[in-house]
Design a protein around this ligand. Structure first.
Ligand SMILES: *[C@@H]1O[C@H](CO)[C@@H](O)[C@H](O)[C@H]1NC(C)=O
Ligand SMILES: *[C@@H]1O[C@H](CO)[C@@H](O)[C@H](O)[C@H]1NC(C)=O
Ligand SMILES: *[C@@H]1O[C@H](CO)[C@@H](O)[C@H](O)[C@H]1NC(C)=O
Ligand SMILES: *[C@@H]1O[C@H](CO)[C@@H](O)[C@H](O)[C@H]1NC(C)=O
Ligand SMILES: *[C@@H]1O[C@H](CO)[C@@H](O)[C@H](O)[C@H]1NC(C)=O
Length: 451
C-alpha cells in the first residue's frame, strides 16, 4: 500500500458540531427526543452516502485516465486498486500462462553484492528488484522443462567505485559472459535456443551496452553473447541505436516504494505545492568537452543560465538527501537528460505527483501501454529550453490541473514502482506483461503448437 486511507471526516464533523450546538440550546425532553431521532437519521444518511460512494468507486476501478475531471480529488486517489482475480484466473492464467525459470547462480553473480546495502536501493537496482519479485511470484517455475523463459540474475551495477561511489561497470561484460558460461555448461537450455528465450536485466545508463559513456557504448554495442536474448533495460530511444539492437523492454529505474510512501505521508499528493518548477542535480556552469560530448548536451547549463535567477524556478546544484520532499512541493519537475536520456527523476516526479517535464529528445519511455505519458507529463524539445518559462506558465494557466489529476491516478504510480512481492500492475508485473507478448520465442509453446 502506497497511501494511507483518509476517510473524508470533515462533513460528518461539521454536522455533528451543528447538532451538538442546537441540542445544547434545547432543554425540552420531547424535542430532545426529536433531535436524537433526527441525529440518527442524519448519521444513517451519511453512512449510506459513504457506503454508496465506496461501491461506486469499487465498481469502476478503471476510470479512464483521460476523463478524471471531478472537482474534488476522488477516493480512488488514495486507494490501491484491488486485484482483479477474474482477469488473473482466465483460461491460461496470468500472462497467458507464461512461466519463468530463475537460474540459481553462485553468489558471486548476485547475492554477494548485497552485502553493500546500496546494491538493492540505488537507481540501477532494478536488476535486484526484478529478481526478488520473480523469486516469490507465481510466474516462476522450478521445473525448467516447463519454462517459457529463463531469467539470468546477474547484478552488474553494484561494484561501487571507491573513489566517487558511482557504480563501476567495467567488469560487467566479463561477469555476464561467465554467467552464461556457467549456465550453458550446467543445463541444456542456453544451447538449445542460443539464448533467445533467456532474459537479462541491464539497468544502467546505456543498458545492454554496459558502458557509462555513450560513444564507447555505441562503439562496442551489445555484447555478441547477448544478441539473441531479451534485455529488460532502462535505456530506450525511438531512433535506431546500437544499445537497443537486441530484443528489449524499457523498464523504469528503481526508486524505493518505501521512500515514496514515507514522503507522501509527510506531504500528500493533493497538498500545497509552493514550488513552481523544480530541478536538483548536476548542472555545469562551464560544461566540459568529454571526448566530443557535453554532459546533458549542455541542456542543463542552458536551463541554469536562463532561469538561475528566475524566482519561479527552484534550481539547485548540490545533493540533498531530502530532495523527495522538494519534489512533493513542486508543480513541475524538470527531467532533462544527463549522459543518458532517462533519469530516476521521471519515476520520482510521477510517484510524488509533480508533473514531469521531459527534456530528452527521442526518449522511449517505459510501459507506454500502462502509463499514458502524454496525459501525465510535458515534453519540451532540447532546443526549446530557453522557452521553458513561457511553456510552463501557459500550462499552469490552462491545463495543469487536468494533467495533475491524470498523474495522481494510483495505477500510474504503481506501474513505475517495483515491490518486493510483485503486485498486479506494478513495474515487475508490467515487465512480465511485456515478456508475455514475446511468447513466440518460447520453446515450450512452439513444441506444443507443432504437436
Ligand atoms: C476483470 O477482468 C476480466 C477479464 O479480463 C474483465 O472482463 C473484467 O471486466 C474485469 N473486471 C473489472 C471489475 O475490472
Ligand atoms: C570492481 O571494479 C573494479 C574497478 O573497475 C575492478 O578492478 C574490480 O575487478 C571489480 N570487481 C569485480 C569483483 O569484478
Ligand atoms: C553447450 O555448448 C558449449 C559450446 O559448444 C559446450 O561446451 C557445452 O558443453 C554445451 N552444454 C551442454 C549442457 O551440453
Ligand atoms: C571537443 O573535443 C573533441 C576531441 O575530444 C574535439 O574534436 C572537438 O573539436 C571539441 N569540441 C569543441 C566544441 O571544442
Ligand atoms: C496541456 O497543454 C500543453 C500545451 O498547451 C499541451 O502540449 C499538452 O498536450 C496538454 N496536456 C494535456 C494532458 O491536456
Amino acid at each position: 500500500m502506497l497511501e494511507t486511507n483518509r476517510p473524508p471526516r470533515n462533513k460528518g464533523f461539521y454536522v455533528r458540531m451543528k447538532l451538538l450546538h442546537s441540542m445544547r440550546n434545547n432543554r425540552n425532553p420531547e424535542k430532545n427526543f426529536c433531535y436524537r431521532f433526527f441525529k440518527i437519521i442524519i448519521w444513517f444518511s451519511i453512512l449510506l452516502y459513504f457506503f454508496s460512494s465506496f461501491l461506486i468507486t469499487r465498481h469502476k476501478p478503471t476510470i479512464s485516465r483521460t476523463t478524471i475531471v471531478q472537482s474534488k480529488p476522488s477516493r480512488a486517489l488514495f486507494q490501491e486498486p484491488s486485484i482483479n482475480f477474474s482477469a488473473l484466473k482466465n483460461s491460461h492464467g496470468p500472462f497467458n500462462g507464461m512461466k519463468i525459470y530463475v537460474y540459481d547462480l553462485p553468489p558471486k553473480f548476485n547475492s554477494e553484492w548485497l552485502s553493500n546495502e546500496r546494491c538493492s536501493s540505488h537507481l540501477f537496482a532494478a536488476e535486484v528488484a526484478i529478481h526478488r519479485a520473480l523469486m516469490n511470484s507465481d510466474v516462476r517455475t522450478f521445473d525448467p522443462s516447463q519454462a517459457d523463459f529463463f531469467f539470468v540474475p546477474v547484478y552488474v551495477s553494484c561494484n561501487f567505485s571507491k573513489v566517487n561511489g558511482f557504480p563501476a561497470i567495467g567488469h560487467a561484460r566479463s561477469l555476464m559472459a561467465s554467467a552464461i558460461q556457467h549456465i550453458s555448461s550446467q543445463l541444456p537450455f542456453w544451447n538449445r535456443s542460443l539464448g533467445s528465450d533467456h532474459v537479462f536485466v541491464a539497468s544502467h545508463d546505456f543498458g545492454s551496452c554496459f558502458h557509462t559513456m555513450e560513444d564507447m557504448a555505441m562503439a562496442e554495442g551489445v555484447p555478441e553473447f547477448l544478441r539473441n536474448s531479451i534485455i529488460l533495460q532502462t535505456f530506450g530511444v525511438k531512433h535506431k541505436h546500437p544499445c537497443q539492437d537486441v530484443e528489449n523492454v524499457v523498464v523504469p529505474p528503481y526508486v524505493s516504494p518505501e521512500s515514496i510512501r514515507t514522503t507522501l505521508e509527510a506531504s500528500p499528493l493533493t497538498g500545497n505545492r509552493d514550488i513552481f518548477a523544480f530541478f536538483r542535480g548536476k548542472m555545469e556552469v562551464h560544461p566540459k568537452n568529454v571526448s566530443g560530448r557535453y554532459y546533458s548536451k549542455r541542456v542543463r547549463t542552458a536551463i541554469l543560465r536562463k532561469y538561475g535567477n528566475d524566482r519561479r524556478f527552484y534550481l539547485r546544484r548540490h545533493r540533498f538527501a531530502g530532495y523527495q520532499s522538494e519534489i512533493a512541493r513542486s508543480n513541475f519537475c524538470l527531467c532533462p537528460l544527463g549522459w543518458a536520456p532517462w533519469s530516476p527523476r521521471l519515476v520520482e516526479s510521477v510517484a510524488l505527483g509533480c508533473v514531469p517535464v521531459i527534456i530528452a529528445d527521442g526518449i522511449r519511455l517505459p510501459f507506454s501501454s500502462a502509463v499514458p505519458w502524454a496525459e501525465i507529463s510535458l515534453t519540451v524539445a532540447e532546443d526549446d529550453v530557453d522557452k521553458l518559462g513561457e511553456i510552463l506558465a501557459h500550462v499552469a494557466a490552462t491545463n495543469l490541473t487536468t494533467i495533475q489529476r491524470n498523474l495522481w491516478d494510483p495505477d500510474v504510480r504503481k506501474a513505475l514502482l517495483y515491490y518486493d512481492r510483485m503486485l498486479e500492475g506494478d513495474a515487475t508485473w508490467q515487465a512480465m506483461e511485456a515478456l508475455s507478448g514475446k511468447l513466440d520465442r518460447s520453446h515450450k509453446k512452439s513444441s506444443v503448437y507443432s504437436q
